[in-house]
Ligand binder design. Structure first.
Ligand code: PMP
Length: 384
């Protein structure tokens, strides 16, 4: 047997069970119309919910910083990799999320892994929602704490699990908006339990920032509970349209992470260009709340059109999952939609449970009613 045969066998098994993955390269940037091998497609799967990747003011500011600072940052944040723009972005995030301080990581993935492994020690417990993002799962794995998985958004189950370990210190962690289902965490109960049992609360705002709450401030704003979560984590790669992860909270929390969080400490920091893009995008989201409003109207419109056409797909967030079940069917629907000029990613195991494959619609503030009508019509043809 060759030393490569195990990999070959695994890949061939993935192919036969319709779980093989490959990348699609677009010939254009991330916008609602993309090109694939010269063909135009309507993109309904991007996380660039507010179309910030393409805003000319973001591009202008990032270009200016590019000319001034060049490309790479040249070091990790604690050596030579902190420019003024890194600090400015952190101040802007802290202001946006109404916190004392913030810290930028290179990705949201690295933030989750770095926060959880730094804060949860041997003898602690991390209570994690069953549908939390993979980066939270990997953060639990990397920490020395016991990971206890509670039923999805089920606060009674969570409380039972906490009671069984009463007195142990730890963290309750949940996505704010769940990345593959688009539903929203029961924040009031989660915070209540964290307070009652003296646990830290941590919310991942990846898909909530710029999307929910009257002005897009996220899960706390959605529930009118500003300032209630201990550790607010998020990413700059979705509605903010750039790159990087962040955490915000008290000065003490941030000081602790700067000194102990390995994925923050041991990696070269992001380029000043990326920082600039995030900073300008955040400003624009605050200056132009109508973008967030438009996205929220699009969500409402698209869901009502789906319903009218007999397609099950409800959501209060930019993520609308259309669950088709079998992996093979999800791939078939995705291909069929592409033939009709629509690009929607099929999501399969292990990102979601086996047999729960889905088309993951993600809306952007720039989608028009006509474009959403077109999507619903194409979906009706390929699903029903
Ligand atoms: N958390 C959630 C809920 C996510 O959906 C993602 C990205 N898919 C991340 C964290 C990771 O963020 P990033 O892409 O910036 O690494």
């Amino acid at each position: 047997m060759s030393k490569w045969s195990r990999m070959e066998t695994e890949l061939s098994n993935l192919k036969s069970s319709h779980l093989y993955r490959k990348m699609t390269a677009f010939d254009s940037g991330q916008q609602k119309i993309v090109y694939m091998q010269g063909e135009e497609k309507h993109l309904f799967s991007s996380n660039s919910y507010l179309d910030m990747c393409n805003d000319f003011r973001v591009k202008e500011y990032a270009s200016r910083i590019l000319q001034e600072y060049g490309i790479g940052s040249g070091g990790s944040r604690l050596t030579t990799g902190t420019c003024q723009i890194h600090t400015e972005l952190e101040e802007a995030i802290a202001r946006f999320k109404k916190r004392e301080a913030a810290l930028v990581y290179n990705t949201g993935y690295m933030a989750n892994v770095g926060i959880l492994s730094a804060l949860a020690k041997k003898g602690d417990v991390i209570y994690s929602d069953k549908l939390n993002h993979a980066s939270i799962i990997d953060g639990c794995r990397l920490s020395k704490a016991e990971a206890v998985i509670y039923k999805h958004n089920d606060m009674d189950d969570l409380e039972e699990k906490i009671k069984a370990r009463e007195g142990m210190s730890g963290i309750i962690v949940s996505d704010g908006v769940f990345s593959m289902d688009g539903d929203i965490v029961n924040l009031p109960r989660l915070v209540e339990l964290a307070d009652k049992y003296h646990l830290l609360s941590m919310i991942d705002e990846a898909h909530a920032t710029g999307v929910i709450g009257d002005t897009g401030k996220g899960t706390e704003e959605y529930y009118n509970m500003e300032g209630s979560v201990d550790i607010l984590m998020g990413t700059l790669s979705k509605a903010i349209g750039s790159e990087g992860g962040f955490v915000c909270g008290s000065r003490l929390l941030i000081e602790y992470l700067i000194n102990t969080s390995r994925s923050f400490i041991f990696s070269t920091s992001l380029s000043p260009v990326t920082m600039a893009a995030s900073k300008r995008a955040l400003e624009l989201i605050e200056e132009e709340p109508e973008r967030v409003k438009q996205l929220q109207e699009n969500i409402h419109y698209c869901c009502s059109q789906l319903k009218k056409n007999g397609i099950k797909g409800e959501s209060e967030t930019a993520i609308i999952p259309i669950i088709v079940g079998e992996e093979e069917k999800a791939m078939r629907v995705m291909d069929n939609l592409q033939e009709q000029g629509y690009y929607i990613s099929a999501i399969r195991y292990p990102t979601v449970a086996k047999g729960k494959a889905r088309l993951r619609i993600a809306l952007m503030s720039s989608h028009t009613k006509e474009e959403m009508d077109g999507l619903v019509e194409a979906l009706s043809k390929s699903i029903l």
